[in-house]
Design a protein around this ligand. Structure first.
Ligand SMILES: NC(=O)c1ccc[n+]([C@@H]2O[C@H](COP(=O)([O-])OP(=O)(O)OC[C@H]3O[C@@H](n4cnc5c(N)ncnc54)[C@H](OP(=O)(O)O)[C@@H]3O)[C@@H](O)[C@H]2O)c1
Length: 299
């Protein structure tokens, strides 16, 4: 099986790469898996001709698309570029995967929802994005569903962090060490997702019979950690684990205006992915501890 993973320098791409490099979880009884990781140097998703050119020379059995335009605030000014990467490139990938008879795993986001629900979102809830990033990601999902009604899955995740790149954990660690006091919003709720946990889940899914059987209708799944917290509580726990003595003030979102509107509720139910693929879902606090232990070892 030749498996392509896009975004070799992104949080999720690097997390998959780390597991693959340890040699665990990647083969099953039926086949040996050969993973190919690419970044924008090899496969620039902002150019349709580049995408065609790349796949004209390369064929795969599975494509895992972790690449995306992920700068939520900047997307408000760069809507065209965000749309190209999060929507049109996904449409193109779906068409290529379909022609190559490959299966496609595409990563999406809770930002397809408006966050107004008072319950964790399930896969059949009606999307209603409230910012450009969410709209482009939803357009990508819809294009995929149209072009590739079989052999594809979408995994929506939320609040992704890892030991790589810039994310809430790395930002808080930096600011907490520089400042005596910080204000963090308390009215946006979610469940943080450690990218290594999601990477594990993806590698479990590609080994699963229910994914490997061709001809199945495209499905959406939700994946995040277990538990419910605000960004404020997340920041407090990061400082507690690290022993940082920075005072955290709890503030409402109105006191922290951002370019893009953010959903109040990012919680997603993991019931479907657990039931179908028997995926283990960790509690957010234990995954955060794992990530921060790895960060400490890297120092
Ligand atoms: N981060 C979150 O909180 C979050 C929450 C919910 C869902 N998600 C979704 O989860 C997935 C993984 O997110 P992540 O946090 O791992 O993302 P990330 O760390 O921000 O990485 C995004 C990757 O996309 C690549 N990329 C951007 N433009 C590209 C282009 N034109 N051609 C090729 N590659 C391009 C970037 O390449 P460079 O390294 O070269 O810039 C980067 O490696 C994405 O689909 C995202 O929408 C993320």
């Amino acid at each position: 099986m030749r498996i392509l993973v896009t975004s070799k320098n992104g949080q999720l791409g690097r997390s998959i790469q780390k597991i693959v490099n340890t040699g665990t979880k990647i083969d099953n009884n039926q086949s040996t898996n050969d993973f190919i990781f690419v970044g924008r140097e090899e496969l620039d998703l902002s150019s349709e001709s580049n995408i065609s050119h790349y796949f004209g020379k390369n064929k795969f059995d599975i494509i895992i698309n972790c690449a995306a335009y992920t700068q939520v605030d900047t997307a408000e000014q760069e809507a065209e570029l965000a749309n190209q990467i999060n929507h049109l490139a996904v449409k193109k990938l779906a068409s290529i995967a379909s022609n190559q008879q490959a299966r496609l795993i595409h990563i999406s986001t809770d930002y397809v929802f408006d966050g107004e629900s008072d319950k964790p979102y399930i896969e059949t809830d009606t999307p209603n994005p409230i910012n450009v990033y969410g709209r482009t990601k939803l357009a990508g999902e819809k294009a995929l569903q149209t072009v590739m009604p079989i052999n594809a899955i979408v995994i929506r995740t939320s609040w992704l962090y890892s030991e790589y790149g810039n994310n809430f954990v790395s930002t808080m660690l930096k600011l907490g060490k520089e400042q005596d006091e910080l204000s963090v919003v308390n009215d946006q709720m979610g469940s943080p997702t450690y990218a290594a946990d999601l990477a594990d889940a993806i590698l479990e899914i590609i080994k699963h019979k229910k994914f490997r059987d061709l001809g199945q209708t495209m499905q959406i799944y939700h994946y995040s950690s277990k538990g419910e917290i605000s960004w404020y509580e997340f920041a407090k726990e990061i400082f507690k684990i690290e022993g940082i003595e920075c005072k955290v003030n709890s503030i409402p979102s109105q006191q922290h205006p951002t370019t893009a509107k953010k959903p109040k509720n990012s919680l997603m139910s993991q019931d479907k992915i657990v039931e179908v693929f028997n995926i283990k879902v960790s509690k957010w606090k234990s995954s955060l501890n794992t990530c921060m232990t790895i960060l400490k070892q890297k120092k």
